[in-house]
Design a protein around this ligand. Structure first.
Ligand SMILES: [Zn+2]
Length: 297
C-alpha cells in the first residue's frame, strides 16, 4: 500500500494535479496480446508498458520505475520464455526510464533517441539516487546510461516482426520517439499521446507537438498504445491534437484581447477537454502555452 501511495503522490506531482486520488491497483487488467507476440500492459500511477516477442528475444517499450519494472518482468515472463534483450525508452522521464540500470543489471541493452540520452546524461544519475532513498533494495544495482541511441530511426526485425523506432521531433520532450509496427498497424506513442488527462508540459513544445502528431497521423496505424491511460486508436491521436490546438487558440485569443495571465487562467474553458478530464486544463498547461505564445511574439 505504501508503495502504491508513493505512485499516486508522485503521479499527482508529476501530472500537475493537486487533488487527492483514490489509490488504484497498479495493474487494472492482465496484459493484453493485441497482435501475435505484441503485448500491452496498462499501468496506473506510472507509465504503461508494452513488449514485442521476436523470434529470439523480447523488446520492452518503456523501462518504467524500478519497483514497477520488477513486477512487469514477472508478467512478461508469464507470456514468453525468451530473454528480455532490449528495453526502449520513449523519453527520459522517470516513470518511463528510471529503471534503465535495473533492466541493464538483468542483461538488457537500453535504447533511446539521442536527445533522450542527452537528458539522461544530465538527469539520470540524480533521478536514480533519489529513487534509492525510498527504495534501498536497489542499492546493489550500479547506475547506467542507455547502451545506445539513434538520431532518426532504428529498426528491429526478424521473420515475423518489424519494429521501427522513429522520432518526429520535439513534442512532450526533445527526445520523444515512437515504435511503429507496420505489419500490425500499431503505434506506441509514449507521452506524446496519452489517453486521458495526463498531459505534462514541463519539457514540451506545444507548437512542435502538434506537428509531431500530424506526422504520426500520416502513418496508417489502427491501434494506439498511449503512454498513460487505456488502449486507443486514431480518435485518441485526434483528441490529443485537438487539445493543444484548442488550448493554444483559446489562450492566444485572450492574449490578443489584452487579458492578464490571471484572467486567462481563470476564464479558460475547454468543454471538450473538461468532458475528457472532468476538470479544466491544469494551470501549468495554461502557463506553458502562455509562455510559448508570449515568447513567439
Ligand atoms: Zn513523460
Amino acid at each position: 500500500m505504501k508503495r502504491l501511495l508513493t505512485f499516486v503522490s508522485f503521479a499527482s506531482l508529476f501530472l500537475g494535479t493537486a487533488h487527492a486520488q483514490e489509490p488504484k491497483p497498479l495493474f487494472p487488467a492482465e496484459p493484453r496480446e493485441i497482435a501475435p507476440g505484441v503485448w500491452f500492459q496498462q499501468v496506473n500511477g506510472s507509465s504503461n508498458c508494452s513488449w514485442i516477442v521476436f523470434d529470439d528475444y523480447v523488446l520492452v517499450i518503456d523501462a518504467n520505475f524500478s519497483w514497477v519494472a520488477q513486477a512487469l518482468e514477472e508478467r512478461i515472463k508469464k507470456t514468453t520464455p525468451k530473454p528480455i534483450r532490449y528495453v526502449f525508452d520513449t523519453h527520459h522521464h522517470g516513470d518511463h526510464a528510471e529503471a534503465n540500470p535495473w533492466w541493464a543489471s538483468r542483461g538488457a541493452e537500453i535504447v533511446c533517441q539521442d536527445a533522450c540520452r542527452a537528458e539522461l546524461e544530465q538527469k539520470g544519475a540524480k533521478q536514480w539516487e533519489e529513487m534509492l532513498v525510498k527504495h534501498p533494495e536497489f542499492k546493489a544495482v550500479p547506475f547506467k546510461l542507455p547502451t545506445s541511441s539513434f538520431t532518426k530511426t532504428r529498426v528491429f526485425e526478424d521473420a515475423h516482426h518489424r519494429a521501427e523506432l522513429v522520432t518526429f521531433g520535439w513534442a512532450h520532450t526533445k527526445g520523444d520517439a515512437f515504435v511503429w509496427l507496420p505489419k500490425e498497424k500499431i503505434i506506441f506513442t509514449g507521452d506524446a499521446c496519452v489517453n486521458g488527462p495526463f498531459n505534462y508540459l514541463g519539457d514540451a513544445s506545444t507548437a512542435d507537438w502538434i506537428s509531431v502528431l500530424d506526422a504520426v497521423g500520416k502513418l496508417p496505424f489502427e491501434t494506439l498504445c498511449p503512454g498513460h491511460g487505456p488502449l486507443g486508436g486514431r480518435d485518441t491521436l485526434a483528441e490529443q491534437r485537438s487539445y493543444f490546438v484548442d488550448l493554444r487558440q483559446t489562450v492566444g485569443d485572450m492574449m490578443k484581447q489584452g487579458k492578464s495571465f490571471a484572467e486567462i487562467e481563470r476564464s479558460v474553458s475547454l468543454p471538450r477537454y473538461e468532458k475528457w478530464a472532468g476538470r479544466k486544463p491544469a494551470t501549468l498547461n495554461i502557463q506553458k502555452v502562455h509562455d510559448e505564445l508570449r515568447l513567439a511574439k
